[in-house]
Ligand binder design. Structure first.
Ligand SMILES: Cc1cc2nc3c(=O)[nH]c(=O)nc-3n(C[C@H](O)[C@H](O)[C@H](O)COP(=O)(O)OP(=O)(O)OC[C@H]3O[C@@H](n4cnc5c(N)ncnc54)[C@H](O)[C@@H]3O)c2cc1C
Length: 450
């Protein structure tokens, strides 16, 4: 008899993991507390309506045979388009000419993955809310509609039930389980820019738009229907500018006209969107171990990170890819070994992307608008052009390669120290094209050897 595998959570990570495990010939069941949202127009529970897929995500989708299916629903974004306070915009490419991140609707992506999981033979159980997991007995207790309850035993339980994971709550009661959560000072609200009256995109669709304003920012990602989904990141409380200072429609209008006037002109539904859409919090969660008995945490359940590197889902997809690689190597009867190897191998990497995501917030809000930062980026781009294999910028390592996050983090720190030194030259704006680029590279290579 095939082993019964329970995946808790039919979100992005749970559904992809379902496809992988089914392909390994297992009896896979996915449970989610929500009703099947594929039949509903919109149900994102306050989470971002669109997101960016990058290399790690694509690699995992490709191995599961889903790349083409997903690709059809994406829009490439080749760089950031920065909007300053005066409405002037300038473009910062993300990488080389053909390198892009891809905007996709969360609902569409999740629906494609669920459809494919079902087609592969995964059994879906919607409206099954996990109330409790007995990790010692591998048993899950659900509440189901009409106030009923249900319990089920499994060979393996995979917790892909997001940042507020019920499996993780059960594991927390085990001996020596480490757990840390942090809400950051900022929250976010989703807004939108509709198509123009003649049905076109109101801005360049092949860029991720950013309005950086120091301690806060607005971003916009394109949708297939020619609209943009905007996300306002703002402190919840602050003396100057914060959500709690935007008390009525007039405050919102004045705020947008002052800081994002060009966007404001494109947002006819701003005031209703602002009032109707909830303000959501951003949480960072680290925990360890990820496995107890035959239970394992993956995706946000194991490592929820802030969204400023666009890597939460991508890292969760990479979890699926790595876990599947270990199952391929050790088989489907060595769960202890597979889970142990997975957590040991993966934890330093998710810790690294968690730190990088926190750091990138500062970069997106503040530094991208600084002229010296632009020169720094140009120097980095030139180094990458001259030495494509020896100098890969940190953003590119994270976004366009599958170099381990921890390695990218370490190399990124060395590059940062070397570039900090280069940027100390007060005449760098005039000199940057004629620097001794070999010497800069040598500095990083020497630091690596130390
Ligand atoms: C504003 C914002 C923007 C983002 N943008 C990006 C981006 O551009 N790129 C990127 O890579 N990542 C991005 N992310 C991160 C990404 O959204 C998450 O990393 C990703 O959704 C994690 O997927 P998951 O399946 O682990 O968890 P979730 O998507 O949270 O799914 C968990 C599932 O479990 C179910 N569930 C929860 N509790 C229970 C229970 N008790 N019983 C049964 N079912 C349960 C839920 O209903 C849900 O379906 C962003 C996040 C935010 C907040």
């Amino acid at each position: 008899m095939s082993q019964h595998i329970s995946i808790l959570g039919a979100g992005l990570i749970g559904s992809l993991m379902g496809v992988y495990l089914k392909k390994r010939g297992l009896d896979v069941h996915i449970y989610d507390k929500r009703a099947d949202w594929r039949t509903q127009v919109s149900n994102t529970e306050g989470r971002s309506i669109n997101m960016a897929i990058s290399h790690r995500g694509w690699k995992a989708l490709e191995k599961a045979g889903l790349k083409e299916k997903v690709e059809a629903h994406t829009i490439p974004m080749y760089g950031r388009r920065i909007h300053d306070e005066h409405g002037t915009t300038y473009f910062q490419p993300y990488g080389k000419q053909n390198e892009a991140i891809y905007s996709i609707s969360r609902n569409i992506l999740n629906s494609v993955l669920l459809d494919e999981a079902e087609k592969a033979g995964v059994e879906m159980h919607f409206e099954h809310k996990v109330e409790h997991v007995d990790v010692a007995e591998n048993k899950v207790y659900f509440s189901i509609p009409d106030g009923k309850a249900k319990a089920g035993e499994s060979s393996v339980i995979i917790g892909a039930d997001g940042a507020y994971s019920s499996l993780r709550s059960a594991m927390q009661k085990q001996m020596r389980f480490n757990y840390r959560q942090e809400y950051i000072s900022h929250g976010y609200k989703e807004l939108s820019i509709p198509p123009t009256t003649d049905g076109a995109y109101a801005m360049d669709p092949n860029a991720l738009h950013i309005w950086p304003r120091g301690n806060f920012m607005l971003i916009a990602l394109p949708n297939k229907d020619k609209s943009f989904t905007c996300t306002l990141f703002l402190p919840f409380e602050d003396e100057k500018v914060s959500f709690d200072k935007l008390r009525d429609k007039q405050d919102v209008e004045v705020f947008f006209k002052t800081y994002f006037n060009d966007a404001y002109q494109l947002m006819p539904t701003l005031l209703t969107d602002f009032c109707n859409n909830q303000t959501s919090a951003l949480i960072n969660i680290e925990c360890y171990p990820w496995t107890v008995n035959h239970c394992l945490l993956i995706g946000d359940a194991a490592h929820a990170i802030v969204p400023f590197y666009g890597q939460g889902m991508n890292s969760g997809f990479e979890d699926c890819f790595i876990l599947d690689g270990l199952i391929e190597k050790y088989g489907t009867f060595s769960w202890d070994l597979v889970f142990e190897k997975f957590q040991k191998n993966r934890k330093p990497d998710t810790d690294a992307i968690c730190k990088l995501a926190m750091d990138n917030f500062r970069e997106m809000c503040d530094r991208v608008a600084d002229p010296r930062f632009l020169i720094r980026k140009k120097i980095e781009a030139k180094l990458h052009e001259l030495f494509p294999y020896e100098w890969v910028p940190l953003y590119s390592m994270v976004t366009f390669t599958d170099i381990k996050y921890s390695e990218a983090y370490a190399v990124g720190k060395l590059q940062e120290a070397v570039l900090d030194k280069v940027m100390r030259d007060p005449f760098i704006a005039q000199k940057w094209e004629n620097l001794d680029y070999h010497a800069i590279l040598d500095n990083v290579e020497t630091s690596k050897a130390v």
